[in-house]
Design a protein around this ligand. Structure first.
Ligand code: HEM
Length: 289
């Protein structure tokens, strides 16, 4: 029997390279922050810098936790499901650090923190996302799955879709200048959600390579169009004028990044299929929401 704290061991108590790799991924933002601090420092407002870092990584890990299901199917690597919980709890830890740093930035004036959260919509939305993550982290243990029953537990944990959306809205609302990264994150979330919608209707909940390609192209087109209409509305110009600059590669548009990420998944699918001896069905992970 392994202790609950030995998160580098799998359920059978064996050392798990997958868990160790995931732990390293979860600690990567800390290593990056320490490196930046040691080399360049955190700039004029160090606390603000770390607030941004923790918020950014909390959102990234929420998206990574949502990516586990598609990736385990695409890579035919069923054991990946073992680390989804770890990534989700990691997202909560970063989000919790994010609010703690925010409280520190407000000089621990809790009355001000509460009034800011109530009065500023983007903070209210962030707070609801944080509460959601806290509930999911608190109910992530095996004991809670047993207590709630598998079906209720799964329904509760589907709240992660709404939490991801709220965290993304919070990200958009607080971004003042370049929206490329939030738009790219929106594309990733859209891809992950549409994947689930299509997989729910597909045979054995799996998408063919062609369907993955189609999904990636459609999501990239939606992102190109969404970005163009957003800019057009803001600057009161024609969206066609914005769309006509899509092939100007002096600035890489988020739509291209979304397409690139989607194509990487398609290539991974082809490679995994080839690796498994060409049998597209052989070795695929069983369906799971
Ligand atoms: C009560 C809860 C929360 C509070 C008070 C809060 C507060 C903040 C503040 C003050 C900023 C910086 C805004 C600025 O400098 O103008 C920020 C940025 C951000 N927050 Fe939150 N936040 C909360 C919850 C969350 C959660 C739950 C997530 C994600 C799961 C999140 C993700 C982000 C992201 C992605 C950014 C932008 C980071 C960047 O610029 O790269 N926040 N938040």
């Amino acid at each position: 029997m392994r202790s609950a704290w030995q998160i580098w061991r799998d359920r059978r108590g064996r050392i798990s390279p997958l868990r160790i790799g995931t732990l390293a991924l979860l600690l990567l933002p800390v290593a990056l922050a320490v490196y930046t601090f040691a080399t360049d420092g955190f700039g004029a407002r160090p606390l603000n810098d770390v607030i941004h870092r923790t918020g950014y990584w909390a959102l990234i890990f929420v998206l990574v936790s949502l990516a586990v299901t598609p990736l385990r199917r695409v890579l035919r690597y069923g054991s990946m499901i073992d680390v989804r919980r770890m990534v989700g709890v990691g997202a909560f830890v970063y989000a919790f650090a994010h609010i703690c740093l925010y409280v520190a930035d407000q000089s621990y004036d809790f009355a001000k923190v509460v009034s800011e959260i109530v009065l500023r919509l983007y903070l209210t939305i962030g707070f609801i996302a944080l509460l959601g993550l806290a509930v999911l982290a608190a109910t992530s243990t095996d004991a809670m799955v047993k207590r709630l029953g598998a079906l209720r537990w799964r329904r509760l944990h589907q709240a992660v879709y709404v939490i991801a959306l709220l965290a993304l809205i919070h990200y958009f609302q607080q971004t003042k200048a370049d929206l490329s990264v939030p738009i790219f994150a929106a594309g990733v979330l859209l891809w992950l959600m549409l994947y689930r919608v299509i997989a729910a209707r597909a045979e054995r909940s799996e998408l063919s390579t062609l369907a993955l390609l189609g999904l990636s192209i459609v999501v990239a087109l939606i992102i190109f169009a969404g970005e163009a209409f957003g800019i057009a509305l803001y600057y009161r110009v024609s969206p066609m004028r914005i769309l006509s600059t899509v092939f100007d590669f002096d600035v890489v548009r988020p739509g291209w990044l979304v397409l690139g990420a989607g194509l990487a998944v398609v290539i991974a699918d082809l490679a995994a299929s080839w690796w498994r001896g060409g049998g597209a069905q052989r070795g695929r992970a069983p369906a799971q929401a």
